[in-house]
Write a protein that binds this ligand. Structure first.
Ligand code: UP6
Length: 253
């Protein structure tokens, strides 16, 4: 997987979102996902507009907005279409299948109606994946977490990878910190915990540099505060995009 260019991985991808992401990344020459963790809708929309040209995925935690209104979704969808990126709700579903299904489809956020990309924990097992299954979505399954002191062990990560292999049509990839699934080029490795010049956030988050995570197998890197807390998010996004893409080109060469 590591030395194959994204375009050559498309035929291995059974999930439609994974295929679409390989396309978008190649066309826009970016493997940057922004973690748009802000609490005001206006800031969220500004971030989408400013970073849109530089990202393949716009990752939200929609439930942290203080002023959520359904209109924000319509606005994000228009920006996503304009700049050719996908909306990604990092909901980390983890409950029994029936509950996860209601959290996905119902409530005020109606995640299913707009986020074609979502995350889920593997701990509840296959039933929950069945409950989240749609013909046009993609799940990133969490196999490792970027925090220090996490209780996820190697065995859990291996079992998660196995579970993913049983759902190749639904799973777009894995959220992890190391190259767990080298023999499955159709899956995408999504790696958060990326920032230059900072090693941690004082609350357990651990950071690595763009080049370090790409070397450790990341196909897409998630950058949050490295961009959102910059005085010029568009400039910061462009910088991360360039560093990540250069590291990817070096890896596949
Ligand atoms: N995230 C992690 N680590 C994981 C999984 N997900 O940090 O293992 C998510 C967080 C946050 C973003 O929920 O939205 O990635 C990281 O943001 P940061 O760059 O500001 O730390």
């Amino acid at each position: 997987r590591l030395n194959l260019p994204f375009t050559e991985r498309i035929p291995y991808a059974k999930n439609c979102i994974a295929r679409e992401l390989f396309q978008i990344m190649t066309e826009k020459q970016t493997n940057l996902c922004i973690a748009a963790d802000v609490t005001k809708s206006a800031d969220l929309i500004n971030l989408a507009n400013q970073t849109g040209p530089h990202i393949c995925l716009f990752k939200t935690h929609i439930d942290i907005l203080d002023d959520f209104h359904v209109d924000v979704i319509g606005t994000l969808q228009k920006i996503a279409e304009k700049h050719n990126f996908l909306l990604f709700e990092d909901r980390k579903f983890s409950d029994i299948g029936k509950t996860a299904q209601m959290q996905y489809c119902n409530g005020m956020y109606k995640i299913k109606s707009w986020a074609k990309v979502i995350t889920a924990h593997s701990l509840a097992g296959a039933g929950m994946l069945d409950a989240l299954k749609q013909s046009d979505n993609g799940i990133f399954l969490l196999a490792e977490i970027s925090t220090s002191g996490s209780i996820i062990d190697k065995n859990y990560a291996t079992k998660t990878t196995k579970l993913a292999s049983q759902y190749p049509d639904l799973i777009a990839g894995l959220v992890c910190q190391s190259p767990l699934f080298l023999s499955e080029p159709g899956f995408i490795q999504l790696t958060p915990g990326v920032q230059l010049d900072v090693e941690s956030d004082g609350l357990g988050q651990k950071y690595n540099t763009p080049s370090a995570v790409i070397e450790k197998g990341a196909d897409i890197a998630v950058v949050g505060r490295g961009i959102t807390q910059s005085s010029e998010p568009a400039v910061a996004a462009e910088k991360y995009k360039r560093l990540l893409w250069d590291a990817y080109l070096k890896r596949v060469k």
